[in-house]
Ligand binder design. Sequence first.
Ligand code: HEC
Length: 182
Amino acid sequence: MLHSTHLALAATCLIGLSACGQGGVETSAPDGSAKAPAAAPSAAEQQALLAALPAPYNTGDLENGRRQFGLCRSCHTVVEGGPNLTGPNLHGVFGRTAGTVEGYRYSDALQTAGFTWDAERLDAWLANPRTYLPGNRMTFAGLADPKKRLDLIAYLKVESGFEPGAAEAPAADPASAAEAEL
Ligand code: HEC
C-alpha cells in the first residue's frame, strides 16, 4: 500500500509541482551535483531523518551504522526495489509484518512470526537471531555490542525509507484521491 501511495504521489508531483508540498521527494541536489541515484537522500537529509528518530536512535552514528551494515550486505539490500539476495530486501522493514516481502521464500519460523518489525524487535533479533526466532534460516551469529546495534538500526531506519511519525499516526491513504485526479 505504502508503495502505491508513493507512486501515486510521485506521479501527482510530476504533473503539478504545487501539489507536492513539503511531502515531495527531492530527487536532485540543489547544486546540481547529483551523481548518486536520484532517490538517495543527501547527507543533510540523512542527518534530518536521524534527528527525527525516537531516542536513543537519534544519537546513532550513521557512519558506524553503515560500517556495521557491511555484515549484512552480502545477504541483504536496503534500497527501494532492491533485489532479494540470500535474505529479503530490507527497504521499508520498519512497520512491516515479519516474513512478508513479496517473492521471497521464508522459513516457517519467520512466516508465522506474526509480529511487526520495530527498533526493539530488530535489536533483539540482531543480538541473537537464532535464539530470538528458533528455526529461522538467517545464518548470522549476532551482533553482541549494543552500541553497534543502535548505530546499525539508526542507519537502517534512515536508509530503509522509515517515515518519522508514521508508526504513531498512519496517514490517511491519499492514493485513491490522487488516482482519481490522474
Ligand atoms: C548469511 C546471510 C545473512 C546475513 C549475513 C544477514 N542476514 Fe538477515 N536474513 C537472512 C535470511 C536467509 C533471512 C530470512 C530467514 C528466514 O526466512 O528464516 C533473513 C532475514 C532478515 C530479517 C527479517 C526480514 C523480514 O522480512 O521479516 C531482517 C530484519 C534481517 N534479516 C536483518 C539483517 C541484518 C540487519 C543483518 C546484518 C547485521 C543481517 N540480516 C545479516 C540472511 C542473512
